[in-house]
Structure formats: C-alpha cells, structure tokens
Design a protein around this ligand. Structure first.
Ligand code: FAD
Length: 558
C-alpha cells in the first residue's frame, strides 16, 4: 500500500474527482490503480472564499512491482510514502486454562473511556477483568442527569462525572488528540468505536466527533463485548479502600463493605473522584499537585462563528459547524485559552457534589443547536492554590481540590441555589461594570445551561467568582480574541460560571511499567491520574495500561 499526503482539492469538488486527482499525482494510468481509501480528510480555511480539502489517500496498485517502482520514482517526495501498518496486535494472550488457575482477576476501577478500553483490551487478552463503577448503567444515569438539568436535584453518585461511560458520555464526543502515537493506538480506539456503532467517517475526518446520543449506545455495546469475553462490569460499586501490604496491592474494599482479592488494579477514576484521591493519599500512594485551569463558559450564536471561520462557505455540510481554538498571553503573565469548544451545543451542569456549580459543554452529532460554547480558562499552578499560605511546606496534592471547591461553592451561592449558574453579559464583564450598571436581561444570546442562569456580577471587586488575577486575564483576553474571530467580544455573548474541572488537579506518578512509584500492582491511568486529557487520550492510556497489566500477569511466575 502506498500513501499520498497533502492531496488538495477545492471544497466543492465532485465526488468522482478524487480518482483522476490520484492518477495525475502519481502519473499512472487508470488500470494501474486497483483501489484507494481515504485515510484522512481535513481542510485549509485560511482563505475563506477558497477553502481547500486536504486528503491523505492509501492506494493499492494492480501490480506489486508498480508500487515499488512508484516509491523509487517518488523517493525525494515526502508526500508519497509506503502506508504504515496501523493494525493493532495484542501484546499477550492468556492460556486457555487461565480462568481455572485460581489467580486473582485484574480489577479496573472506573468505566469511563480509560476504564472501558483497559477492560476491553484485558478481556481481549483473555484476562477476564472485573470492572467496578460507582455510578449507574448509562440509561439510568441519563435519567438522573436530566433530573439535575430539569429540576435542579443532584444525585451525587450518578451525574455528568460519574456513571457508565465516564465524563465523556454527555459530551461533544470530540475524538482528536495531539498525543504522540507511534503505535497507532488512536486507530485501535476509533476502530473499536466504529464496531460499537460510531459513524465510519470518524476513521477519516480530521476532527471526528460522535455526540451524546450515539455515545450512549456505543458504551452499552462495548460493555456487552467485555462481558461476552468473560469480563464482569458492576455498577453502583464505589471502591472505598485499598489493601496494600509491603508496598503491593492485595485487595480492595467496596463502599458496602465487600472485599475483593486482587493484585492488579487499574485506577481509572477520572478527575472528579475527590473522595478516592483522599483515600489514596491517606494510604500513602504517592501523588503530586499539578497545574490546571479555571474560568467560564462563553456562548455566542453559532452562525457568528461559522461566518468568522468560513466566510461565504459558512453552512457547507462538509465543513459542518465551525470550531475555534484561541490563546492569549495576558499582561499579568497568565495564559487564557479556549477549552473543549462545542460547536452547535449546550452548556451543561457538570457538578458531582451537592451545593456546588460546575460548567462544561456537550453537543449532539448534528451540532445544530443555536449557540457555540467553549470554556475560556486561565492556567493556574500549585503555587496559586496552595492552602499553606506561608509557603513553608510542600503543596499538598489535595490542595487543588480544596481550591476548586471554594469557587464551585461560590458559583452556587452567586447563582442563588438550586444549581442555577451565575452568568454575566460579555459587554458588562469587559467594561468592568458593577451594581446597577449591569444588564438585568439577556440580549440576543440566550444561555443554554439548565436548570438556568442567574445574571449577576461575576467580577464584584473583592468578592468575585474567581481569583482576581483570573478575572483580569479573561477581561483582557476577550477583546484580544476579537482579532481572530470578529464578534467574539460582542456585548450580548454570555459568560456562565464556573469551569473548574478542566483536568485533574493532581498526578499519581507511575514508572515505565505503568505501576505507581510506591505501590506495586496499582496502575494509575487516564485523566484522573494526570495521564490523559480527553476521550481519545484516555482510551489510548487505557490500552497501554491494560497491556502492562497483561504482560505482568502473564510473565513466567507473574
Ligand atoms: P472518566 O471519564 O472521568 O471516568 C472515571 C469513572 O470512574 C467515572 O465513571 C466514575 O464514576 C468512576 N469512579 C470514580 N471513582 C470511583 C470509585 N472510587 N469507584 C468506582 N468507580 C469510580 N473529552 C473529549 O475528548 N472530547 C469531548 O468532546 C469532551 N467533552 C466533554 C464534555 C463534558 C461535559 C465533560 C464532563 C468532559 C468532556 N471531555 C471531553 C473530557 C473527557 O470526558 C474526559 O477527558 C474523559 O472522560 C476522561 O476519561 P477517564 O476514563 O480517564 O475518566
């Protein structure tokens, strides 16, 4: 197979223009090309009136000798190369009698993208994992989540953060990632998603997304696959304690008191498992405070973003709803950037703790809601949030959680209770207006957050919704973003607070064998442990951790 990269065609090219373009690029006759597949399709929208599609194409020649001849002819052309083999190969396989050997089974804690892929790969290796998930199965979980959004009643064990599918279930389902991927594990993730019912296009579009409805059925299908391969998936099972003896995991205890024996634990609990982090800290598992970001969600009309990005091509179905990615380095030294942008989506209540408000964003596959939303967040470091204000001792790994809680509780208070979120019009925020000068009603942009948004002062002097340095940096960034997206700082755009769960506030370091640095048999994984940021990277990390568990379990004497 031979791969052509950077094959450029106009946005409106006819479907059948691809084959002639390939033949022309390679300088071959039609009969020489047996077939081709589109490996990737992206676009270049720098010239809005002349948007170009950019293809990566894998070509199969009628004769093998022809491929060798072409590769020799294009030896100096970096855009014609042998296609890499992206097939996934398992690193180990359990012997048929493994189940009867009486060895304790590996346990996966958490059934988000990381836990799902860890469990799937363990099951595919014949290692019959047990998955323990604190939340409910995805359909029941969906109902609980809607109760929060519609009626303002939170179920602390079943919400946007907790339950089957993890934090990624009620999301935009964006599937791209910038991780280095020499083993093509992102392809394994996409292939498994397609097998589970995702649209085939996720295999080739440059920025694939799935949307919430489809994710729900896909997660169920992947669970069924794991069970069919001998795995077990249990819901409503919160892991409350770990049994560690002489630096080795020996078992764990569930919240209902049940004890399980195991020597291999994949810890894929996500960034919101605050009680679990506290338990691990108490048990002496090494963990470090790490930087994360805080800010607001911003909403604009999606049509404004489409026009700014695609000009006269706004609305073209191949381009879909436009996204953006923005960064501003503020005068006070802080970086402000857009986070988890959801074209044509909604802002969601994403708290997992009573009396706290947290925002995030989601969309459906169609991305056809009226508003575009994104987090506009400011990077902060452990030095910003250390609880020991004297700065004398080391920052505690749990300090970031305490900091998040302060601002999430403040948001609840500013919203007026019942999980209403505090909001402010961008015009008022940027102008630094307070008190009676603030707008009392929304303008042309109606916020989508449910159960609702209370217009308030997000930046009241000395009593704001975030630390002053974060408010100042965001106030400076919004007009600066206007230079990249015309209309971005429009007066009617809405800020809704607060966005605090952007990534884990701590990291659980692990060695080259993927095990905790001081507890053998404990495999910190995914976003909660600081090894992923998004669905794709969490899935890839789950695969790699499962491979490490498999190799450890199946090594002679392992
Ligand atoms: P999680 O998905 O957080 O899963 C952890 C699981 O562990 C949870 O189900 C939890 O219930 C369980 N758990 C926790 N503690 C315990 C315990 N003690 N015992 C048993 N179970 C436990 N990323 C993208 O790439 N694209 C997007 O479009 C996108 N949109 C998002 C939208 C929203 C609203 C949210 C909240 C997140 C979004 N993300 C998105 C981020 C993405 O969802 C996460 O990066 C990803 O889910 C992390 O995967 P994970 O498996 O590491 O952790």
């Amino acid at each position: 197979m031979l791969r052509i990269t950077e094959l450029r065609l106009p946005l409106d090219h006819p479907q059948d223009a691809l084959r002639p373009a390939i033949l022309a690029r390679l300088g071959i006759a039609d009969a020489a090309l047996r077939g081709y597949t589109v490996f990737r399709r992206s676009y270049d929208a720098r010239r809005k009136s002349a948007i170009v599609l950019i293809y990566t194409i894998d070509c199969e020649m009628a004769e093998e000798a022809e491929e060798a001849e072409l590769l020799a002819r294009f030896a100096d052309d970096r855009h014609v190369r042998p296609a890499p083999d992206t097939r996934y190969r398992p690193v180990a396989q359990a012997p048929a009698d493994f189940a009867a050997s009486g060895r304790p089974r590996p346990v996966v804690i958490g059934f988000g993208p990381c836990g799902i892929f860890a469990a799937l790969v363990l099951a595919q290796m014949g290692l019959r994992p047990i998955v323990l998930e604190r939340g409910k199965a995805v359909r029941e979980r969906t109902k609980d989540t809607w109760v929060l959004w519609r009626r303002g009643v939170l179920e602390p064990e079943s919400n946007v953060q907790f339950g089957e599918g993890g934090a990624g279930t009620f999301s935009d389902g964006k599937l791209w990632s910038q991780i280095s991927d020499p083993r093509h594990l992102t392809r394994k993730v996409l292939d498994e998603f397609v097998k589970a019912g995702a649209p085939e296009e996720i295999l080739y579009v440059a920025k694939p997304h799935i949307g919430t409805f489809r994710l729900v059925t896909m997660v169920e299908k992947m669970r069924a696959d794991i069970v069919a391969l001998g795995g077990e998936v249990r819901f409503g099972q919160r892991v409350a304690d770990l049994r560690i003896e002489d630096g080795q995991v020996r078992g764990l205890t569930l919240a209902d008191g049940e004890q399980l024996r195991t020597e291999h634990v994949v810890l894929a609990v996500g960034h919101s498992a605050r009680d679990t982090f506290a338990m691990l800290h108490e048990r002496g598992v090494r963990m470090d405070a790490k930087p994360f970001s805080v800010g607001f969600r911003i909403e604009h009309p999606q049509s404004l973003i489409d026009r700014a990005r695609f000009g006269p091509n706004a609305g073209n179905p191949i381009l879909g709803a436009a996204d953006y990615k923005l960064v501003h380095h503020a005068g006070n030294g802080r970086s402000v950037y857009s986070f988890c942008m959801c074209p044509g989506g909604t802002v969601v209540a994403a708290t997992s703790e009573p009396g706290r408000v947290v925002t995030n964003g989601m969309s459906q596959y169609s991305r056809n809601e009226r508003n575009a939303n994104a987090g506009i967040v400011v990077g902060i470091s452990p030095e910003d949030y250390r609880q020991d204000r004297s700065g004398g001792g080391p920052v505690s790994p749990l300090d970031g959680i305490a900091f998040q809680r302060v601002w999430e509780s403040r948001a609840y208070e500013l919203g007026g209770g019942g999980y209403l979120a505090p909001g402010q019009l961008v015009g008022d925020f940027v102008a630094g207006r307070h008190g009676d000068a603030l707008a009392r009603d929304f303008g042309s942009v109606l916020p989508s957050y449910k159960p609702g948004v209370t217009l308030t002062d997000l930046a009241e002097p000395g009593n704001g919704s975030l630390p002053d340095y974060a408010l100042a940096a965001i106030r400076e960034a919004l007009p600066a973003f206007e230079r990249q997206i015309k209309g971005f700082s429009m007066a009617d755009a809405v800020l809704t607070g607060v966005e605090t769960r952007t990534s884990s506030p701590l990291r659980i370091p692990r060695g080259r064998d993927f095990q905790s640095l001081n507890v053998a048999g404990l495999y910190p994984a995914g976003e909660g442990a600081g090894y992923a940021g998004g669905i794709m990277s969490a899935g890839v990390d789950g695969i790699e951790v499962a491979e490490a568990v498999g190799l450890s379990l199946l090594k002679p004497g392992g």
